[in-house]
Design a protein around this ligand. Sequence first.
Ligand code: KG4
Ligand code: ZN
Length: 345
Amino acid sequence: MKILGIESSCDECAAAVVEDGKRVLSNVVATQIPLHAKYDGVVPELASRMHTEWIYGVVREALEKAGLTPAEIDGVAATAHPGLLGSLLVGLSFAKAFAWAGKQPFIAVNHMLAHLYAPRLSSGNVSPVSPPEYPFLGLLVSGGHSIICRVDNFDDITVLGTTIDDAVGEAFDKVSKYYGFGYPGGAYIDKLAKDGDPTAFRFPMPSLHKGDHPYDLSYSGLKTAVINQLEQFRNPRDTAAGPADIAASFQKTAVEILLRALFRAAEDTELNTIVAGGGVAANSYLRSRLAERADLRCVFPPLEFCGDNGAMIAGIGYQYLARGDRSPLSVVASARVQGFKKKYP
Ligand code: KG4
Ligand code: ZN
């Protein structure tokens, strides 16, 4: 089954064709980063307008690269939530129209579940990993979400912990914005940190209060502490530290916050396979810290499938469609994540 997947939840206008939920035949990602970079963040209205202009060309290119005509597509999947409402609407409406015109089955999918599915994809330059068996622990880390969850199936996750304020990717982006490192911040900080001293600055770990859940996360304190360092940092007499040291010290703390909660969850649930997904799963320090744990199997998506893409949407879409699930064309987009079970210990 060849599935067309369409993703437009934020600033990537993306489409891909994936065969049988696994083999990526094409993966086209048109990024709007240069457009939003001058504002140091995504401008929702501009994003949805660009999606409207680009979606047709992006889907056409995905079909051409896969060597397929629209009629040769067996089903269509699109992100319905969570994300920017106006942006979601563009991809979702396009996918519905495509499926309606070709009388193909259609499925609306959850962007975060699709991130978790990404390690199952294989493409010409990426060899497939052996898919982790359910259940496992999921670490979903992106610009909008930070979630530690138990995963029982591709469509069945239970949230064990989540951020009580900012998402981890958002903290990378905000710190980068204040220090002028570049947008979006994650990749810039990751690169800069390689030449920095992670012990140059000591930033606080959040102390969650009694009654908070042991797997919850918090990033607003770290973000504020790093930004408060800016004045001292700007005055070279006050510190010998450079941008790389700030980046490395921030990144270390940001990752340790995630790992503290994740390792607790692994111990308590006795799940020793961890699957990461989302843009922050590309982080090299996070990957190297997890690789140190020989007792845990840590599965990361290939770098090309960490950020937003249509292949993960087509991949998970196949799983639903192959099972016989269909979405009505009346399905609506939603800014908020839907359908996650919440369970705290
Ligand atoms: O999944 P994604 O592409 O979009 C959302 O669904 O939000 O994630 C984007 C986030 C941004 O906050 C970006 O700064 C972060 O992922 N990111 C990284 C890295 N690459 C992207 N964060 C840390 N290290 C990276 N290498
Ligand atoms: Zn994403």
